[in-house]
Design a binder for this molecule. Sequence first.
Ligand code: PEP
Ligand code: MN
Length: 337
Amino acid sequence: MLVVMEQGATEPQIQHIIDRLVSMGFTVHRSTGVTHTLLGGVGPVADFDPADFEVMEGVKECHRIVSPYKLASRHFRPDGTVVKIGDVEIGDGKVVVMAGPCSVENVDQIGQIAEIVAGGGAKVIRGGAFKPRTSPYSFQGLGEDGLKMMREAASRNGLLVISEVMDQTQIPMMCDYVDILQVGARNMQNYNLLRQLGETRKPVLVKRGISATIEELLLSAEYVMAGGNYDVILCERGIRTFESYTRNTMDISAIPVVKSLSHLPIVADPSHGTGRRDKVIPMARAAVAAGADGLLVEVHQDPDHALSDGAQSLKPAQFEEMMQQIRIIASAVGRTV
Ligand code: PEP
Ligand code: MN
């Protein structure tokens, strides 16, 4: 359920409602907006009457939320969530570009790519240190050494760091190196991992699973938020369909759908979405036009020799071209990069 407090409701009035909800068995999540405070009550409580709350002092309205996700629902924060990390804000209307290799390979590789993506206007460097490879014989990533290399390259170039966490045991160590913890498509429904990420206070980016519905994606975000970590960013990265020309089918429509169902920022990954570098720029343009809050793209200085996902990695000149083009698209839809 959701209780919307009156504009100017006093702290004692808010506390009274919280106490009442807790006594009924709800877990209360508070969202203090610019004008209104919202109280989300989550729990298996079926027999309550919203009218009981609507007559309480300081309450504007009370609703039963019927969607299976509550905290991820747009009702909980009608104005939208902005995830702030240093001076980078994801969800405030600016398109935030996160770019880098699929995998961190060595010091020179990540150092060069950090310079390239920072020079082009990216705010965040991406790179996997723990890789969820389809084959156990493929390159599995450099682990903590890779994170160290990426953190140093990022710091030299004024970038934030995002990297995939594959297992909950990696969380404490990874928090020393990364600014955003990425949950990969294959782990979108790893509920132990999601719950544990809910206990951290690091932003989490949840990628859509290859066969996940939008509702399932929002429920995965709900797992993280239920632990009290509201800094969740969603990512559309393509889903598996009968089409085999592209690696996945980039579901651009998920962007406006998520925007209406949820307050969480959503970024688009056209690299995994298409699997082909010649299709990345058009899908990046489309994602920005559709309202994506950011892009997650793979860039490599020598993609033909990349240890993973070379075929979908942009060359440096193509990354430049993408940045120029999305600046034009962004301004056409009243946004900036
Ligand atoms: C990645 O970002 O490199 C990755 C493995 O992505 P996904 O989980 O979307 O396949
Ligand atoms: Mn990849």
